[in-house]
Every structure is written in C-alpha cells, then in structure tokens.
Design a protein around this ligand. Structure first.
Ligand code: SF4
Ligand code: SF4
Length: 436
C-alpha cells in the first residue's frame, strides 16, 4: 500500500512503525475471512484491510478521527488472526496500536464511554482496588436489576458481571489446602520468575497456585518480584500508551531487581493475554535510554507456561481418570505469540484426551476488556465459541488465559479451567475447582 507520510510525521516512532507496516500490505484480502468482526458483520471496514486503510487515511491527513472511523477501530479485537494469516507478514499490531493511540489523543468520546474506560484503567490493573471493587459488587448484587437498567451505572454493572464470573470460576476454591497434593521435589534447580499480573490472581488465584505446585514438582524455584503487577495490556489496548508505559517500566524495574539478585531461566506468564505485551517491552521502551536495555532483557525472558514446560518437561504423571478436554487456543497464544500446538500436546502427553473445536482460529470475544466495551459483538463471538466447544462433548474446557475462561465460562455448559490446573492435577495436585 502506497503511503504519503511526510518527514515530520515519520519523526514520531509510532507513526514510522505503522507506516512501515502499512507499506507491506498488498491489499490481497487473505486476512478478511479470518477476521472475527468481518465474519460476523460482513463489512470491509470491519476487516483488517479496511481498518488499515482507515488508519492510513487518518494518520496521513492528520485529521481528527470521525465517529464512524472510531467505531470500526473500536470493533477490532486485537486478536491478531490477521497477522497469522497474512502472506506478506504485515505487522498489524503496529498499525492498530498507533491507530488506537491516535484516537485516544485526538477524539473525545461520549461521557459514558470515557467514564467506563477510566473506571477500567483505574480499577483492573491494581489488585487491591479490583478486590475492593468486587466486594462492592457483592454488596450491590441485590440491586443488580436496577443498576443494569441505568446506562450511567454501566461501570458498576460491569463490576457485577466480573464478580459473577469470578464466582463461576470457583474463586472460593482458592482457599483449599493442598493436602491431597503429591510431595514437592525437594531440590530446586531452576530459578524461574512467575508474573503475578493483575486480573488473574483476583478472579482465580488457583491458576497461579497450580502453576507454582507444577513448576516446583518440575524442579523450579519460584521467584516473585515485589511491586510487579499489571503488564499494561489493558491500557495499551485502549490506546492509553502513557499509562501502559508507566506500568511496563514498573515491571521492568521489579524484574530487574530479581535479575540482579541472580539469573532467571524464565519469567513465566500464566495469563496469555499478558504475554505479547511483556514480550514487547523491549520494543515499547526502545526509545527510552534508561529502560531500553533492561526492558529488552526482561522481555527476552518472558515465556508462556507451556513453553517453559516444553523446555524442562512436565513432571511424572500420577494417572487421573479418563478426561476429555476441549482445548481453546487463546488468540494471545496462537496469534499473539504463535504458540499453537504446545499446550494441547502437553495435555495429551499428560494423559488427557484432547479435542479441538472447529473455527479454532476465531476469537472468543474476550480480548482484554473488549467484552465490556463491545458487549454485543463479544456476546455473539462467545456464544459461537461456546457452541463449537460444547459440540466436542468434553468433560472440561482448558485454555491458557483468564479472559477466555471468563468469556467462555459465561456461555458454555462445560466447566472451564486453566491448562496449569489440569497439568497440576495430572502430576499430583488437586482436581480443579468446578470439575464435578
Ligand atoms: S493479508 Fe496482509 S497483505 Fe493481504 S490485505 Fe491482509 S494485511 Fe494486507
Ligand atoms: S486483530 Fe482480529 S479483529 Fe482486528 S482486524 Fe485483525 S483479525 Fe480482525
């Protein structure tokens, strides 16, 4: 695609990156059929090619974003299925990221939208605030019918939904003691960081508890980084780059202190939605002389739990009853990090019968806070994904991302767990909460 950015525009690193990616697009349209919003809406402007064109025009002209352009960009899930299927290797993420940041800077959203976005970025990235907000939601539950009818109460209605999702995922189960666990391997040999993140430990702390047991059995010493928190993905996907960079710097500092204390074999991420962003810290902070090198080092260590287990091996299994697992590949894993077969292979090697749904490349509609900001499209995608997974006749659905767990859990009749919970169970841990 030809571009006509001038030198002044290209002096902005984000615009330069987007312009380079736009020039790689040859209009072939191979990406359109893989785009969830194009599949649902059938509108070229809701396809990757259409959005690339809209962003190119907006950035080149330096124009104020119009409401229709913002609508089509907001509908993008950032699922990156288009990147996976693009034969020209177009880095769509560089284009949409700049488009979102430009909209954030130059477009005034309606008050209700601004209020919701402000609430999400003030609450969700901070574990204490999020826990407090869920307690508030519990107290407000008797008024749910009234709250959900009033548009101005949408932020509170959102918290009510998240609180219900947490209950559905068995948050109460987090207090279970591991009395029925197989003993840990006594001698730890590998120093491995475990990213805590923000939303996952609040909605379902069992995931990281299972991950710790699993990795300890595999011979790892688990390192937590004090003051580490939200990776910045929630802010980044809303175009709030300054907030995202602040969170990224805080995490780089937190992990760098651990690196100075001793080498780390990896920084394991259990929420795959965080993986692409943490792995991108080197790029995000490339122009910050104080952080560029440190961020690149931290980013290079980040890996999904499944990648580390593939490297070091899953601990010996203890034998669990025959269990059919429907594997849902999170977009952030299969498209964002190009980890496609590893999780299902690990599950199969651990003794589970793994089945995969049709349209496995399509997003479930979770996409960070997309299901809150675009509830109608997200609900359609969630129902479509749940239907495909339910058709597998599985005992349990497994995935590697808390967002997908919430989204699919609300639409499916089958319990949804994290891969870490199943692998922990197969190697001596407790049966995941929620599985009958
Ligand atoms: S597949 Fe790639 S090159 Fe083809 S239209 Fe889509 S983004 Fe452009
Ligand atoms: S990121 Fe996903 S929703 Fe957005 S254009 Fe690409 S395929 Fe479509």
């Amino acid at each position: 695609m030809q571009t006509k950015f001038d030198t002044a525009q290209l002096a902005d690193p984000g615009t330069a990156a987007a312009a380079g990616a736009i020039r790689g697009c040859v209009h072939c349209g191979f990406c359109t059929a893989t785009c969830p919003t194009y599949v649902l809406l059938g509108n070229e402007l809701d396809s990757p090619r259409g959005r690339i064109y809209l962003i190119k025009e907006m950035l080149e002209n330096g124009a104020l974003p119009s409401a229709p352009v913002v609508k089509h960009l907001d509908r993008c899930l950032s699922c990156l299925a288009c990147e996976t299927h693009c034969p020209s290797g177009v880095s769509y993420r560089r284009i949409i990221d700049k488009g979102r940041a430009y909209v954030q800077e130059h477009y005034r959203r309606p008050f209700a939208d601004r209020a919701l976005r402000a609430m999400l970025t003030w609450v969700l990235p901070h574990r204490r605030r999020f826990r407090g907000a869920l307690m508030l939601a519990t107290l407000a539950e008797p008024l749910a019918g009234w709250i959900e009818r009033i548009p101005a109460m949408r932020p509170l209605a959102t918290l009510l939904n998240l609180n219900r999702a947490a209950k559905l995922l068995g948050r109460e189960g987090s207090t279970r003691r591991g009395a029925d666990c197989a003993p840990m391997r006594p001698a730890a040999v590998l120093r491995v960081g475990l990213a805590a993140g923000c939303v996952e430990p609040v909605l379902n702390p069992e995931i990281q508890q299972a991950c710790v047991r699993l990795l300890q059995r595999a011979g790892c010493e688990i390192i937590r980084a004090k003051s580490e928190g939200c990776c910045g993905a929630l802010s980044h996907h809303m175009g709030r780059d300054a907030e995202a960079l602040e969170l990224a710097r805080a995490n780089v500092d937190a992990w760098y202190r651990q690196l100075e204390a001793g080498p780390l074999a990896a920084i394991v991420v259990t929420a795959s939605g965080c993986g692409p962003v943490i792995r991108d810290y080197g790029y995000m902070l490339r122009d910050d002389p104080r952080y560029a090198a440190k961020a690149a080092r931290v980013a290079a260590l980040a890996c999904d739990l499944s990648e580390l287990l593939e490297r070091i091996g899953v601990p010996p299994t203890v034998g669990v009853p025959r269990t059919v697992v429907g594997y849902h590949a999170a977009c952030s894993l299969q498209h964002g990090q190009r980890i496609v077969v590893t999780p299902s292979r690990l599950l199969a090697d651990a003794g589970f019968e793994v089945r995969e749904p049709k349209e496995a490349h399509l997003c479930c509609g979770s996409a960070g806070v997309y299901n809150i900001l675009q509830p109608d499209i997200a609900a359609q995608l969630g129902a479509r994904k749940a239907q495909a997974l339910d058709a597998l006749d599985a005992d349990v659905i497994a995935t590697g991302n808390i967002g997908c767990m919430v989204q699919i859990g609300a639409a499916s009749r089958v319990p949804v767990v994290h891969i870490a919970q199943l692998l922990d169970w197969a190697t001596g841990g407790p049966k995941p909460a929620g599985m009958s």
